[in-house]
Design a protein around this ligand. Structure first.
Ligand code: C2E
Ligand code: CA
Ligand code: CA
Length: 791
């Protein structure tokens, strides 16, 4: 997933959560404020309502006083004996009462009561049939008043009582009762004995309550439920409001006001309160969305410009650098973290690029770089119809230098060789060399290659190859020491030898292999079809060897060896044969070198040694055989550290006396002077077996070197025996070999004796033993042992 999409996935949800939480938090605090201001308003309104009620009571009180000071009432008190005065009084009082200007209420009833509470005048504007005893304040006030007057005597008593009472769903009445004595001022509240006492009740219907409701609703802007609970009756109008504010868990709001005369409760329904918040909710949602979007866009732009863009730029540069093969990436100029990281990354990948493309030891392009150079040069050649080539070369005997002088010397040698080679190419006459480009590479170990593009004439490849060979004219000299190493070079050309770059390299390798297998030192070979056939044959034989090993398709034949002096059979050389029909026409002379180069020789040798020893043990036991069995083994085994142990194990397994066994190793593959080889041969020799140097004379082993080796026998190669027949003016070489061998006290076997003349000659010059078709061809096991037994 791209970084920009990742930002969306990571940043957006985080921001939505954070901003929503912040929005919800501010919305809630806003809401708390709103609720508290709402409850303040409600409280104010409650106070206001309560105040209105108090004002209504005050009005009632003042109107009561006005009634009491009314002239008719005063007259009545003065002339109360007149019976009819009751009637007139009531009439006058009603008329008077109707003139009272009432702001908050309307008069319902009034009554004048005597000292016992009996009705003197009673008027009810609403219910003409009601009685004064229906007015509840009367029944409460009169006994209480009379009681306190009786108890306290002249002491002051409460003369007035008030009451608010609910008479209908939303109908309230204010009642006021005042006890007084017409004999003294109304305001006095002490009474002497003998004073006449009256009480005056007024009941008002409270009109203004609806207005109050509406007023509250207008203020708060939502429907409210106002409940007024008349609580009691009281002797005073000094009401002290106590407000309790209850906010229930829902969003409903309920505020109470209590005092002695009434309680008022204002309830706001949760749904209605919610409506009040609705606009704020939307406002907060919109703010959260807008702020989230703006912040996200800004942050994303910032991240894109400061992080993603530099990274994308870097990635593109890296991509184009790796596709172009040219490594140049522009560094970042800032000193922020991203620029620092970018520059460090560039430094790192340029190091990696060098590591990936150049060989550390020689500084030459490595196999990776070679592959890309080859690909590029090859496709250019195809495109422009030009020739290109791979010159593949491998040092000969380098492994030996490495083993004998150590890896440090080996490394030094490779390094010096590489730089000398590159330098030697500088002084070519480049004006006359027609190539468009060429690149050196070290492919692995001691394998190198030059890929050459835009070739006009193939001669240039010989010229280049010769320049490589020139490095090894007298071995290779390093610090005044000459090392015995050479080079084998293979060349393959497009389009002549290959149809693609892989084939081009493979065929150069094959040509190199062919140069190496030829016994010529320091040589180069162009790839050819014949060479290709050889390689195919090699592959075929290699495959056949594998299957023969698997199917146990081998058997052994025995070439008798004779004593040269008396002609008696003294033993045999074991020779390998293959039963498989495919390999039957291929002799060991052809397939053994293939097995050696593929490593399969290890198992072949083990197979031969085991079967030969087994056969020997049978012959010893069954036939009393006491001759020598000569077994060939490959010089390949000289680098196999297990070899001697394996041989020892097999000798023990078959319980044969070691002195009856002779191991033959071919001289050509035998590198003289290598201590490791001498050590292995000595270990082998120490087992008690004999060792002979086979095909002697074909290699370069000097007689003087033989002293270092644990050798018992020299087997003179067949070509020296053949040479006996040729007309030579000088002494045949075989004479010299035999003479020298005598000096070194070595036994000499003449191989490949085909004629009587050859036999007589080798006998005459003093060879100890002889073998060859003249005496016997290789024989099957039974034939051999029967012939042996005959003697
Ligand atoms: P070599 O060890 O020199 O064996 C002698 C070869 O010369 C044998 O060939 C033998 O048949 C042949 N030969 C002997 N006398 C005459 C003769 O008078 N005239 C002619 N024209 N040839 C004669 P072969 O069996 O084909 O073996 C070839 C080579 O293969 C051997 O040369 C040896 O180097 C290798 N070889 C054979 N068997 C084995 C084996 O079991 N193990 C290993 N490692 N190499 C073997
Ligand atoms: Ca041999
Ligand atoms: Ca031989």
């Amino acid at each position: 997933m791209k970084l920009s999409s990742k930002i969306n996935i990571i940043l957006l949800p985080v921001m939505v959560v954070v901003f929503s939480a912040a929005g919800a938090f501010s919305y809630n605090s806003q809401r708390i404020q709103l609720v508290s201001s709402l409850s303040d308003t409600v409280e104010n309104e409650l106070e206001h309502t309560s105040q209105a009620l108090i004002i209504a009571f005050h009005e009632l009180e003042s109107k009561t006083y006005m009634m009491l000071e009314n002239r008719h009432l005063q007259n009545y008190f003065r002339n109360q004996s007149i019976d009819s005065s009751h009637y007139y009084l009531k009439k006058e009082l009603i008329a008077y009462a109707e003139q009272l200007e009432l702001q908050y209420s309307s008069l319902r009833s009034f009554a004048l009561l005597d000292s016992t509470g009996e009705e003197v005048v009673y008027y009810d504007g609403i219910d003409p049939f009601s009685e004064v005893s229906d007015i509840s304040i009367v029944s409460k006030h009169i006994p209480e008043f009379l009681n306190s007057v009786g108890k306290k005597g002249i002491k002051s008593v409460k003369t007035t009582s008030y009451q608010l009472s609910k008479v209908g769903e939303a109908d309230f009445e204010l009642s006021l009762i005042k006890s007084f004595s017409p004999d003294q001022s109304l305001s006095l509240n002490t009474f002497s004995k003998g004073h006449k006492i009256y009480s005056f009740v007024m009941v008002f219907k409270l009109d203004s309550l609806y207005e109050i409701y509406h007023h509250i609703e207008d203020k708060i802007k939502i429907p409210v439920s106002v409940e007024i609970i008349p609580s009691n009756y009281s002797n005073s109008l000094k009401v002290e409001n106590e407000i309790t504010n209850k906010q229930s868990s829902g969003h409903s709001l309920s505020v109470h006001l209590n005092n002695e005369l009434w309680g008022i409760k204002i309830n706001l329904n949760s749904g209605d309160v919610e409506k009040l918040f609705k606009p704020y909710q939307w406002m907060f949602i919109v703010i959260v969305i807008v702020v989230t979007c703006i912040t996200f866009i800004m942050l994303k732009m910032l991240i894109i410009s400061q992080i993603i863009d530099p990274v994308v730029k870097l990635t593109k540069q890296v991509e184009s650098a790796s596709s172009n093969d040219s490594f140049f990436i522009e560094g970042a100029s800032g000193n922020d973290e991203v620029s620092i990281l970018t520059n460090k990354y560039i430094a790192l990948i340029s190091d990696l690029n060098n590591l990936a493309k150049y060989d550390k030891l020689t500084g030459l392009p490595n196999r990776n770089r070679f592959t890309s150079d080859l690909g590029r040069i090859y496709s250019n050649s195809r495109k422009y119809n030009e020739m290109c080539a791979v010159i593949f070369f491998d040092l000969d005997n380098f492994k030996h230098v490495n083993d004998q002088y150590g890896h440090q010397t080996g490394d030094m040698l490779l390094k010096t060789f590489s730089s000398n080679l590159v330098d030697s190419f500088v002084d070519f006459d480049w004006d006359n060399i027609k190539v468009s480009e060429f690149e050196f590479s070290r492919l692995a170990g001691d394998e190198f290659a030059i890929v050459v593009g835009g070739i006009e004439e193939l001669d240039v490849l010989s010229l280049f190859s010769q320049r490589i060979i020139d490095q090894f004219n007298q071995g290779f000299t390093l610090d005044d020491i000459s090392y015995d190493i050479g080079v084998s070079i293979g060349i393959s050309v497009y389009p002549n030898d290959a149809t693609n770059e892989t084939e081009l390299l493979k065929n150069a390798d094959a040509a190199m292999y062919s140069a190496k297998s030829s016994n010529e030192k320091n040589t180069y070979r162009f790839y050819s079809e014949k060479l290709d056939l050889e390689i195919k044959r090699y592959d075929e034989i290699n495959g056949l060897i594998g299957s023969s090993l698997e199917n146990n398709d081998f058997n052994l034949v025995y070439m008798p060896i004779y004593d040269c002096v008396n002609g008696s059979m003294i033993g045999a050389e074991v020779l390998l044969r293959v039963d498989s029909p495919c390999l039957s026409d291929i002799g060991p002379a052809e397939f053994i070198p293939v097995a050696e180069s593929s490593g399969k020789i290890k198992d072949i040798d083990y197979w031969v040694i085991e079967h030969a020893l087994e056969q020997l043990s049978i012959w010893i036991e069954e036939w009393g055989f006491n001759g020598v069995l000569a077994i060939n083994f490959s010089s390949w085994q000289l680098s196999n550290v297990e070899f001697v142990n394996k041989v020892e194990g097999l000798i023990k397994k078959y319980g044969v006396a070691p002195h009856l066994v002779e191991f033959e190793i071919t001289e050509t593959c035998f590198v003289p002077g290598v201590n490791k080889n001498i050590a292995i041969l000595s270990e082998l020799h120490d087992l008690g077996v004999k060792i002979s140097l086979d095909d002697f004379g074909t290699g370069y082993t000097a007689f003087s070197q033989l002293i270092d080796y644990p050798i018992d026998t020299l087997k003179v190669d067949r070509m020296f025996v053949e040479a006996i027949d040729e007309d030579t003016t000088g002494k045949p070489l075989i004479d010299i070999i035999v003479e020298m061998a005598r000096l070194y006290d070595l036994k000499v076997v003449a191989e490949g004796v085909e004629t009587r003349r050859q036999f007589d000659y080798v006998q005459h010059i003093g060879c100890h033993q002889v073998q060859g078709y003249f005496l016997s061809k290789p024989l099957k096991g039974e034939t051999f042992i029967q012939q042996w037994a005959k003697v």
